[in-house]
Design a protein around this ligand. Structure first.
Ligand code: CDP
Ligand code: CDP
Length: 204
């Protein structure tokens, strides 16, 4: 049996952390769909046309640690605004969502476009300054020299681009439950997500 959990939200809202923990709790597989766009963005920076990179994308490209940089994130968000690039990545994500045993996907358009019939949908948000603080700490932990102000600006520009693109913009699905993690610990956010999914699983 399949059970799809869609987790969307703006940059650094905590969706990946929640998605990983939820997947581990329920024994589902997890796909961070941002990595697909980051892998395309990474290749764009190396001069490969975005569509060519998307059409030739293979899962081994998703493990590159350099995908986490702010530069790659910006390139990813530019590539993600190209409809043909998004179209090239749809089948892989839909097949993942409907695999046997359950799947958690996090991104921007999972509950709206990739898996509108997902059994559970979460939209994770947090105040921009908090998201910038968290992402800054994360990047510094990986050795990057970044300021909170520049991280905040990176998130602002990406969110704006992601929310205003005509194709699959970032927005909550009508039936998504919004989780505001501004004042929440990771443990609390994960506990709330598990609680919601438990209730929906009992109904499914
Ligand atoms: O996947 P997304 O970009 O939405 O965010 P993330 O990578 O899950 O979270 C960004 C950073 O915030 C990570 O370093 C998390 O550990 C941290 N975080 C947090 O401090 N408190 C939360 N409630 C959620 C995430
Ligand atoms: O971790 P963070 O939230 O900062 O970014 P990400 O989830 O790795 O996504 C990087 C970029 O990929 C986003 O800014 C979006 O432009 C794009 N993306 C998308 O368009 N659709 C998705 N399902 C996932 C990511």
């Amino acid at each position: 049996m399949s059970f799809a959990v869609a987790i969307d939200g703006p940059a650094a809202s905590g969706k990946g952390t929640i998605a990983r923990a939820v997947a581990a709790h329920f024994g589902f597989l997890h796909l961070d769909t941002g990595l697909l766009y980051r892998a395309v963005g990474r290749q764009m920076l190396d001069g490969v046309p975005a569509l060519e990179a998307a059409e030739a994308l293979t899962p081994d490209r998703l493990n590159d640690p350099s995908l986490r940089s702010a530069e790659v994130a910006q390139a990813a968000s530019k590539a993600a605004a190209i409809p043909a690039v998004r179209a090239a990545l749809v089948d892989f994500q839909r097949a993942f969502a409907r695999r046997e045993g359950g799947a958690v996907l996090d991104g921007r358009d999972i509950g709206t476009v990739i898996c509108p019939d997902a059994e559970a949908k979460l939209f994770v948000i947090a105040a921009p300054e908090i998201r910038a603080q968290r992402r800054c700490a994360e990047l510094r932990g990986k050795g990057a020299e970044v300021s909170e102000a520049e991280v905040l600006e990176d998130l602002r520009v990406r969110d704006e681009r992601d929310m205003t693109r005509p194709d699959a913009p970032l927005k909550a699905a009508r039936d998504a439950v919004t989780l505001d993690t501004t004042d929440m610990s990771i443990e609390d956010a994960v506990a709330q997500a598990i609680n919601l999914i438990d209730r929906l699983r009992a109904k499914a």
